[in-house]
Design a protein around this ligand. Structure first.
Ligand code: AMP
Length: 223
């Protein structure tokens, strides 16, 4: 199953992609996570990405496309994958289609702008395993540490109020046109998440995936 999650920053793509990976076994491919790793490794790509991410801007299509092409050539994604944060522009979607690995299903996570801003404002990510929490909506059992692995919880550098507004603008301008792009191809499904919590949204997503993909391989990942 080649699945892509589409949605504004804060719509829950990362959280849902992790839950899909855990339940269905399709690896999550998060371009944002790939760039954050490049940044912490101090690579040239990381340096360029950091400058753009800090401003809420997108990394150039050629750079992202090359990274994703390489990731999609690995053995573990042969059973399927869940794209989180890619494609983010029409040229990226075209490049993916041209590689023969365009998504069979695109789930658009849609949510009100006010809710997005509230969610991003309290978002906390584990610096070790990437699990996500929220200061009020989904707080960790122990403040500052991850329920799953005990790693320290951090706020993302680009989650500050000014950068978030820029990221939302960039989403509207460069990413939202993908809704029409995939709708025309007949692969788009919209999931209105409203104020539902991550588990509730996942229940809907999982039943959608099972109904859409009865014959696709899926396996539960061992905890
Ligand atoms: P995310 O974690 O998906 O919110 O991504 C964080 C940041 O990484 C974005 O604001 C962009 O600067 C960069 N980024 C991630 N994915 C892409 C992409 N597909 N195209 C361009 N830039 C990206």
């Amino acid at each position: 199953m080649r699945l892509a999650l589409l949605g504004a920053p804060g719509s829950g793509k990362g959280t849902q992609a992790k839950l899909v990976e855990r339940s269905f076994g399709w690896p999550q491919i998060s371009t944002g996570d790939i760039f954050r790793k490049e940044i912490s490794n101090g690579t040239e790509i990381g340096k360029e990405a950091a400058r753009l991410m800090d401003q809420g801007m997108l990394v150039p299509d050629e750079v992202v496309n090359a990274i994703v092409r390489k990731r999609l050539s690995a053995e573990d994604v042969k059973i399927g994958f869940v794209l989180d944060g890619y494609p983010r522009t029409v040229p990226q979607a075209e490049a993916l289609d041209a590689s023969g690995l365009g998504p069979e299903l695109v789930v658009q996570l849609s949510i009100d702008k006010d809710e997005l801003i509230a969610r991003i404002g309290g978002r906390l990510t584990c610096s070790l395993c990437g699990s996500m929490f929220h200061a009020t909506a989904h707080p960790p059992r122990e403040a500052g540490s991850c329920d799953r692995c005990g790693g320290s919880l951090k706020r993302r550098e680009d989650d500050g109020p000014e950068t978030v507004l820029r990221r939302l603008e960039v989403y509207e301008r460069q990413t939202a046109p993908l809704v029409g792009y995939y709708d025309q191809k007949g692969v788009l499904v919209e999931l209105r998440t409203g104020t539902a919590g991550p588990e509730e949204v996942f229940q809907e997503l999982a039943s959608l995936l099972k109904s859409r993909a009865p014959g696709w391989t899926w396996q539960k990942k061992k905890a």
